[in-house]
Design a protein around this ligand. Structure first.
Ligand code: PNS
Length: 158
């Protein structure tokens, strides 16, 4: 049984994230979707809000568990016995920092491999930051996030 962890800030979850989560959950027996807590970032949503929005988005996928963790990803991966870290890869520009993280994570925890899943090209240029920027200026984010996430983002910028 292969346990995988898909980490991120998910501030908020986009359709690009959801696409990666769905595809990974069809490969691994259990996928932990982990909201990593970064005390140096000022997120739009609290961890609890993000967990709730994600829970609602993946409620129909039984092998996804939604969790949060305040520390190093490798510590969490080790705690849950994960063998795989899943990352979505959008553009070449993602590659350098993703390769750095994958290499450092493997150095710290050699039993865990990072698997990159190429993002659906419809979402190649999508990010949580862009979604927030569009919404902050009154743009339409309907095609980028699930409907309940759209409502929550609009509520924040009301
Ligand atoms: O959605 P993001 O912000 O691009 O995700 C980045 C994230 C949360 C996956 C990364 O920053 C992370 O793994 N943070 C946890 C702390 C950690 O393990 N840092 C060392 C990585 S080598």
């Amino acid at each position: 049984m292969t346990i995988a962890v898909y980490p991120g800030s998910f501030d908020p979850l986009t359709l690009g994230h959801l696409d990666i989560a769905k595809r990974a959950s069809s490969i691994f027996e259990t996928l932990y979707l982990a909201v990593m807590v970064n005390p140096h970032k000022s997120p739009l949503f609290t961890v609890e809000e993000r967990l709730q929005l994600i829970e609602e988005s993946v409620a129909d996928i039984k092998n996804i568990k939604v969790v949060s963790f305040p520390g190093l990803l490798v510590h969490y991966a080790s705690d849950i016995g994960a063998k795989v870290i899943v990352k979505g890869l959008r553009l070449v520009s993602d590659f350098e920092s993703e390769l750095q993280q994958a290499t450092m994570n493997r150095q710290m925890l050699p039993s865990v491999e990072t698997f990159f899943i190429p993002t659906n090209n419809h979402y190649s240029y999508l990010s949580s930051s862009i979604v927030k920027e569009i919404a902050r200026h009154g743009g339409n984010i309907h095609e980028f996030v699930p409907a309940h996430v759209e409502a929550a983002v609009l509520q924040k910028y009301k």
